[in-house]
Design a protein around this ligand. Structure first.
Ligand code: NQM
Length: 362
């Protein structure tokens, strides 16, 4: 079976979703056994290797991602989407997080592959996010019943303009941790640092940039190059994981470590998000929704820094601009839903050939 993959390749669509890129597969084209599948994905991406030279991964967590799409297992969805983060420099594949950027390309992929029939004009697609068990609705531009990637929507972190893919989520609080505030507290203290442990779609640890002697204006490279800072933040992350009901997070890509500071570009809050070992070039979709939600708590690092909007549109500033998050609340102020604008693009369609399995020399 595995040799057949090496010889014949595997059908794969390489797509950009939001500010990420990944390999999109039909579940039926991959092994059903998760261990076999994950071992194959490592060979496809070229991991573990910091430059992923023998695979299609882009040597960055943002371009070492996989989406596995299949017919829905639920009546309230049109497709199932499993997200897998393939670590770049470790032999780890994890399903411990969802990914809202890659999510933006799932509906176009499902239409391209015939899993969903497109309407003439716009096609709403209900996506069951297998990682969290929640659903999202994506709206795809489909003139004449075909996906169009061309349009006039621009998102921070992606050059040019493309067709809009608005995403809507409901009831994603506690999606991965079981509760919006998994410790029951708005703030906790870890290693002497005040943090908010929160999950509105993405487990995040919200930290004040100033508690790490940062201004919050640092570049991705500044943060990635600061080994002492990263070691301190990783120590907090490893302690936060069990407190957030995530068990041992040594080999997990969550929680994300979100450094916050007052907004500098007229937005709601400024962020630098470690995902978790490198700084995000912008911020994840669920990461932004969760950071925006943290701004609405009564206390905490985000609340202290935030300039709350009066139109419900939270502008979460990041190293390459700002992500706009629409937050929906019920009458008592509880966060019930969120909306984010993304774009997506089909980049390459073909067959991917995984590296051969290492053979014993004896
Ligand atoms: O938070 C990166 C990304 C993501 C995840 C990460 C994401 C999300 O930008 O929903 O999109 O946080 O690892 O693709």
């Amino acid at each position: 079976m595995s040799e057949a993959f090496e010889i014949d390749g595997i059908p794969c669509l390489w797509m950009r979703g939001g500010t990420s890129k990944g390999a999109f597969f039909l579940a039926s084209d991959l092994p059903s056994d998760p261990q076999e599948r994950d071992a194959l994905l490592l060979r496809i991406m070229g991991s573990p290797d910091p430059v992923q030279i023998d695979g299609i991964g882009g040597a960055d967590p943002l371009t070492s991602k996989a989406a596995i799409v299949s017919a829905p297992t639920r009546d309230d969805a049109d497709v199932d989407y499993l997200f897998l983060q393939v670590f770049v420099d470790r032999a780890v594949v994890t399903d411990a997080q969802a990914c809202g950027n890659i999510l933006a390309a799932v509906a176009p992929f499902a239409i391209e592959r015939g899993l969903v029939k497109a309407k003439d004009g716009e096609t709403p697609v209900r996506i069951h996010m297998v990682n969290s068990g929640e659903t999202a609705v994506a709206r795809v531009t489909t003139p004449g019943g075909r996906v169009s990637y061309a349009g006039s929507t621009s998102i921070a972190g992606v050059p040019g303009h493309h067709a809009p893919v608005p995403l809507f989520f409901q009831n994603i609080a506690g999606a991965m941790c079981g509760a919006l505030l998994p410790t029951g507290n708005e703030t906790d203290t870890i290693d002497g640092v005040e943090v908010t442990l929160i999950d509105n779609g993405m487990p995040c640890v919200i930290l004040r940039a100033s508690d790490f002697d940062l201004t919050g204006t640092e570049s991705r490279e500044d943060i990635d190059g600061n080994e002492a800072l990263k070691a301190r933040i990783e120590a907090i992350r490893l302690k936060a994981g069990p407190l957030m009901n995530l068990d041992d997070v040594t080999d997990k890509s969550v929680p994300k470590m979100t450094l916050v500071s007052p907004p500098m570009g007229g937005g709601t809050i400024s962020t630098r998000s470690l995902i978790p070992h490198r700084c995000h070039a912008s911020i994840g979709v669920f990461g932004a929704v969760t950071a925006a939600t943290a701004c609405m708590l009564a206390t905490g690092p985000a609340t202290d820094c935030a300039m709350l909007p009066n139109d419900g549109v939270f502008k979460v500033e990041h190293p390459s601009g700002a992500a706009e998050v629409l937050i929906e609340q019920n009458a008592s102020g509880g966060v019930t839903g969120a909306g984010v604008m993304r774009t997506a693009r089909k980049l390459f369609d073909g067959r991917v050939f995984p590296a051969c399995k290492a053979k014993s020399l004896v």
